[in-house]
Design a protein around this ligand. Structure first.
Ligand code: PGA
Length: 262
């Protein structure tokens, strides 16, 4: 860890799962575990339909609400889209931008990522900006080149102040939902690379304070060794965030690593 030790930041991306009733129940169970979280930042990202229910279930807890995507305009004739001000109004503090599933299935590009990040910041949301390579890129030795491309194009034109309001998530696409986690060493290498790039672009303080999450088949069993790596500040969790026990277990293990090592 560079600079002062940071408590874990763990976000649960529920993707296209759970009814409103199921969402309330899961959020309620996670909120009830709050005293165990030891000051960690915990964010739940339900589908749009359940934002209101989860916001209500989290009232009075320290668990924050986030959304999985947003559109870059504030309002208007954009059928099917949801804007930053709408998410803010629904109680969100965070929003994912550029998740690999958005890039893969919905035509998200580095340019649209940039527009969405700008819209999120304008609405007072903290964007969690996702980057990551596909398997062919890793096998061809092009992992860091791909990450550099995504960062350079997606974050073109942002000020240091704006960069400091962002959170970064490294999610190797080959590790998402596949059960194949990047090894702590593989993840750390890319996290250290991202922090170096932030330092080159925006200076040491900005880089050392940046929160860089790892995502891709995170479970209670790998949370501890991953969090022990000095540049891994927390996790973006998909599948394992759909069960209260496994999500809470991930936070618990990360906290243990934090207390042991940092
Ligand atoms: P996973 O998903 O934990 O199911 O691999 C992570 C993500 O896509 O954010």
């Amino acid at each position: 860890m560079i600079g002062t030790p940071r408590v874990p930041f763990v976000a649960g991306n529920w993707k296209m799962n759970l009814t409103r009733a199921e969402s309330r129940e899961l959020a309620g169970r996670i909120a009830a575990a709050g005293p165990e979280f030891g000051g960690s930042t915990i964010v739940l990202m339900p589908p749009f339909t359940a934002l209101g229910d989860v916001a209500a279930a989290l009232t009075g807890s320290d668990v924050a609400l986030g959304a999985q995507d947003l559109f870059w305009e504030d309002r208007g004739a954009y059928t099917g889209e949801v804007s930053g001000p709408m998410l803010k109004d629904a109680g969100c503090a965070y929003v994912l931008v550029g998740h690999s599933e958005r890039r893969q299935y919905f035509g998200e590009t580095d340019a649209t990522v940039g527009r969405k990040v700008r819209a999120a910041l304008k609405a007072g949301l903290r964007p969690i900006v996702c980057v990551g390579e596909v398997l062919e890129e890793r096998e061809a030795g092009r992992t860091t080149a791909r990450i550099d491309d995504q960062l350079a194009r997606g974050l073109d034109g942002f000020s240091r102040d704006e960069i400091e309001r962002m959170i970064f998530a490294y999610e190797p696409v080959w590790a998402i939902g596949t059960g194949k986690t990047a090894s702590p060493g593989q993840a750390e290498e890319v996290h250290a690379h991202i922090r170096r790039r932030l330092e080159e672009g925006y200076g040491k303080t900005t880089a050392s304070c940046a929160i860089i999450l790892y995502g891709g088949s995170v479970k209670p069993a790998n949370s501890n060794p991953l969090f022990k790596e000095k540049n891994i500040d927390g996790f973006l969790v998909g599948g394992a965030s759909l069960e209260a026990e496994s999500f809470i277990g991930i936070v618990r293990e990360a906290l243990l690593a934090y207390r042991e090592e940092k």
